[in-house]
Design a protein around this ligand. Structure first.
Ligand code: F6P
Length: 458
């Protein structure tokens, strides 16, 4: 079991230099110390999750009690309360899990994540479900996010109508133990509730019951997820960059952005199961690092999700010849051997003949190496994270690597990576528009905005 990062191609003319790297080793030591000081103060609970056996037990006990009762598990959540479960499902139960028969799923339920409030999507999901055999997992760290609460109200009314007093058997909440509206509802009504520790923010919560409960319900080995994360935590314990993968990732991305104008950071797995992992990373990197510094300057790299080889035929033209403002991080999975060699047909057609005898895994790998090399040749910095396999252990390790890298990057950018004040104004305006009590100030601010000008509509 191994995860490694090859960052040779980050050191290119116009990108990171040896002098940067030497200077930055000291800067990284300071960032590591700052992060560890916050860990010691108990601020950064995500770092302790790999070893939190009591929290894991909340999930395993619940799953054991559930037995094989559920045909469908439906997650209600958004942002960090949805992207993690989606990423885990796609990574570890790929190949259209929800379309398989119950036997093919080994008796485990389907997993649907409602991560939006599009009425047609929710209507379509509701009309497909057999409510008797459906469990709804309501996930919200704050216990009050408008989208998730609206989803809950719709589901709750449907459950009440069908099951009356037994509605609560179809519900479990995953939320902060002390804050928000969900926890008191759970306590009052006797609804099962699992914890998101108070010191773990939404986008860092995938290794709490937020991600671990849905994963375990569909048979993913939650212990292995945490074991992979624990291994990465051990590797990142020291402030020597040579042994610290999260530090290396964070420092290189920061140097490339801060010193060399590489303001866009692409994550491009060459493995379909990691497609949604890139979307999870986008929230983590964007919401954590897009901030205003104390001195009023605005910072934050823009994360971009891509997929190899698919995006070689979509975004790579931009990465190669567009503005030289990007880094590209490939994720490669070693030894993709399924299907065996490509059949040798059409020996007389050059466009087809050369492919015969190679495997699809070889083609995928050749295309990644070729793209990395082509980008390097054009001075476009890139690195490659290699996983031995897409399994629970490696996914747990990769999650922890990127979460800790985000914490380091926050210290390097000199911002707080753990808040998200920029999303507040939009929320307040939504409350004002919908008439939530207490939103008068937001209403007044909203009313001052220019109204749509009919002359400016085509
Ligand atoms: O889990 P909650 O509290 O419902 O929040 C959902 C998402 O909303 C945000 O607070 C703001 O977008 C995210 O940080 C979070 O992941």
């Amino acid at each position: 079991m191994a995860l490694s990062i090859d960052y040779t191609n980050m050191f290119l003319p116009g990108a990171v230099t040896d002098a940067d790297w030497e200077f930055a080793a000291g800067r990284f030591r300071a960032a590591h110390a700052a992060v560890m000081a916050r860990v010691a103060r108990g601020d950064l609970g995500f770092v302790d999750l790999p070893e939190d056996a009591a929290l894991l037990r909340q999930t395993t006990d619940f799953v054991q009690r559930a037995g094989d009762r559920w045909e469908d598990v439906v997650i209600l959540g958004i942002g960090g309360s949805a992207l993690g479960p989606i990423a885990l499902r796609t990574a570890l139960r790929p190949h259209a899990w929800n379309t398989l028969s119950r036997e093919e799923r080994g008796g485990k339920p389907r997993l649907t994540v409602l991560d939006n409030v599009d009425p047609e999507t929710i209507d379509a999901v509701m009309s497909r479900l057999h409510l008797e055999r459906a469990l709804f997992v309501v996930i919200s760290k704050s216990g009050g996010t408008a989208e998730t609460m609206a989803q809950y109200l719709i589901i709750r009314a449907a459950l009440d109508e069908r099951f009356g007093d037994r509605a609560k058997e179809h519900l479990v909440f995953v939320t902060d133990p002390a804050k928000g509206s969900l926890r008191p509802i759970a306590t009052k009504e006797g609804i099962a509730a699992l914890d998101i520790p108070p010191n773990v923010g939404g986008r860092f919560s995938v290794l709490t019951p937020v991600g671990v409960l849905p994963a375990a319900l569909i048979g993913i080995d939650a212990g292995q997820l945490l074991a992979g994360a624990a291994d990465m935590r051990r590797r990142c314990a020291g402030d020597d960059l040579a042994g610290n993968p999260a530090g290396t990732f964070a420092l290189l991305q920061w140097l490339a952005d801060d010193r060399h104008g590489k303001h866009n950071h692409v994550l491009m797995p060459y493995a379909d199961p990691l497609r949604d992992f890139a979307a999870w990373f986008v929230q983590l990197w964007a919401e954590s690092l897009g901030k205003v510094r104390k001195d009023g300057t605005h910072v934050g790299p823009t994360p971009i999700a891509a997929l190899g080889t698919t995006d070689q035929h979509a975004q790579v033209q931009l990465f190669m010849e567009g503005p030289a403002d990007k880094t590209i991080t490939f994720v490669e999975v070693a030894g993709r051997t399924a299907l065996g060699p490509i059949p040798k047909l059409y020996a007389d057609v050059p466009d087809l003949a050369y492919l015969g005898g190679h495997s699809l895994g070889e083609l995928l790998d050749a295309e990644r190496r070729a793209t990395a090399g082509a980008l390097a040749r054009r001075g476009r910095p890139n690195m490659t994270i290699t996983l031995d396999a897409v399994d629970a252990w490696h996914v747990g390790a990769l999650i922890f690597l990127l979460e800790l890298a985000t914490a380091y990057a926050g210290a390097l950018y000199d911002i707080d990576a753990f808040d998200q004040p920029g999303v507040e104004l939009g929320k307040q305006f939504t409350y004002a528009i919908l008439g939530r009590p207490g939103s008068d100030a937001a209403r007044a601010e909203w009313d001052q905005l220019p109204k749509p000008d009919p002359r400016r509509r085509v």
